[in-house]
Design a protein around this ligand. Structure first.
Ligand code: GDP
Length: 444
């Protein structure tokens, strides 16, 4: 999960600050130093860190927050706002042409995830807009690249235009576009060649393809796990090619998050999507505000709800939302959720999207082993139907009986019921519009 270290450090810094009754100028200086170190440790670009810290400090001093109410919380808010701004403030949607087709040129270094991302994005457009994309295989240098794109096309049931590896890439693109016109494809993805590093010949070829195709979008795919190298790559490609946006891949494996926080500020170009896994469905729109919430450990409930709706049966998801709104979510629903959540990915990552959970002491005690999920289910299965529907009746003797039935210690049953209640309360709050948990942190 991205930003683990940064979240932890920032939360520690803010907790220290909150503990103080009054925040002095020295406290503010210490806090800003901590934030600076936390960002540098997360591999955020040095210049970006410098500007970030200066802006937050200037605002903290300029608005006299030390004398106002809740200075600690106000500093959290300033940091949140600056994080959102650094990552681009608003979502950057995919460019769309007035004419068909919309042409999207995909670029990136070898191994960044260009071919995979091409497939993910084509699938997304197909699913969400009933688009009819064509993929054009213009990477003729890596022998397996054409085959790989063909395989991706088969997986998502999208046609691929290819001429093997003997033709000239610019000619392939020209003929691919002609084919798209003939077949009335509404999107064309050009999968261009990658290299291990930026070189003149590659850039010339990409420029030639750009001049021919006049793409509506030049998306650069960079690997988040390479940190500042990803940022330098983005800068290099942007200088030569004037890209229109970035896709940041492998965010699922990047614990630091420096690239996500630096790319926009360094290149001026927005991150439009993030790749968060190897499956074709694992591509999400990049939302600067939600990412900032996640960095500050305030959860990302909107993404969680969207993920739920995407991965879960739509009808069931709606039923669940209604139950949360009406506060009738019970242990039967809890087990349904556990079953579905098991298909969604690592439990820790999911829980951290829930506001307050990243830093929730109750969560720290839980080792999110798949075995634990089975234990939780065993506990629920040992409840009577009445108990599942009405958890309030779970008195100590019932809890002892349930523990014995499930073969788990009573403390575990108690802990689980407590977590269930916390989760229910939190979900209900979120359904009332308290989305990012910021209100709670600001003491409103
Ligand atoms: P290309 O050389 O840029 O076309 O890269 P590929 O599309 O072949 O991807 C290289 C490797 O990265 C493959 O093993 C992909 O499955 C993997 N990959 C791509 N995107 C992601 C992602 O978002 N998360 C993870 N975990 N792996 C990814």
């Amino acid at each position: 999960m991205a930003f683990e270290g940064l979240t932890e450090r920032l939360q520690k810094t803010f907790n220290n600050l909150r503990r103080k009754g009054k925040v002095t100028e020295a406290d503010l200086r210490d806090t800003m130093r901590e934030i600076r170190l936390a960002l540098l440790e997360a591999d955020v670009n040095f210049q970006v860190v410098k500007k970030f810290v200066k802006t937050v400090r200037d605002q903290a001093v300029g608005t006299d927050i030390l004398d106002g109410l809740n200075p600690a919380q106000q500093i959290v808010k300033l940091v949140n706002d600056e994080l959102v701004k650094t990552m681009g403030s608003t979502d950057a949607p995919l460019n769309k042409s007035d004419k068909i087709p919309t042409i999207i040129m995909m670029a990136g270094l070898q191994g960044a995830g260009k071919t995979t991302t091409t497939g993910k994005l084509a699938l997304k457009l197909k699913n969400e807009q009933h688009a009819r994309p064509l993929l054009v295989a213009a990477d003729v240098y890596r022998p397996a690249a054409v085959d790989q794109l063909v395989q991706v096309g088969e997986r998502i049931d999208v046609p691929v235009y290819q001429e093997g590896t003997d033709a000239n890439p610019v000619d392939i693109v020209r003929r691919g576009l002609a084919q798209a016109a003939e077949n009335k494809n509404d999107y064309v993805f050009i999968d261009t060649a990658g290299r291990l590093q930026i070189d003149e010949k590659l850039m010339q070829e990409l420029s030639d393809i750009k001049s021919l195709a006049h793409p509506d979008e030049i998306l650069l795919v960079v690997d988040a796990m390479t940190g500042q190298n990803a940022v330098n790559t983005a800068e290099g490609f942007n200088n030569q090619l004037d890209i229109t946006g970035v896709v940041l891949t492998k965010l699922d494996g990047d614990t630091r998050g420096g690239a996500a926080l630096s790319i926009r500020a360094v290149t001026g170009k927005p991150i439009k999507f993030v790749g968060q896994g190897e499956k074709m469905e694992d591509l999400d729109v990049f939302h600067p505000d939600r990412m900032a919430s996640r960095i500050l450990g305030m959860g990302d409930m909107l993404t969680l709800i969207e993920k739920t709706q995407r991965d879960f049966d739509q009808k069931q998801a709606e039923e669940m939302n209604q139950k949360i709104r009406e506060n009738t979510f019970d242990f039967n629903d809890f087990v349904d959720q556990l079953n579905q959540v098991q298909n969604m990915g690592p439990m820790e990552d999911i829980m951290k999207m829930i506001p307050g959970m990243a830093n929730n002491p109750a969560l720290q005690n839980v080792n999110m082993d798949p075995k634990d999920m089975e234990h939780m289910k065993a506990v629920v299965y040992s409840m009577t139907p009445q108990e599942r529907e009405d958890p309030d009746i779970l008195n100590p003797s019932r809890r002892r009986r349930i523990a014995a039935g499930a073969g788990r210690p009573v403390v575990e049953v108690n802990r689980m019921i407590k977590q269930f209640n916390q989760m229910k309360k939190m979900m209900n709050q979120v359904s009332k519009g308290n989305f990012n948990g910021l209100d709670g942190m600001l003491g409103k």
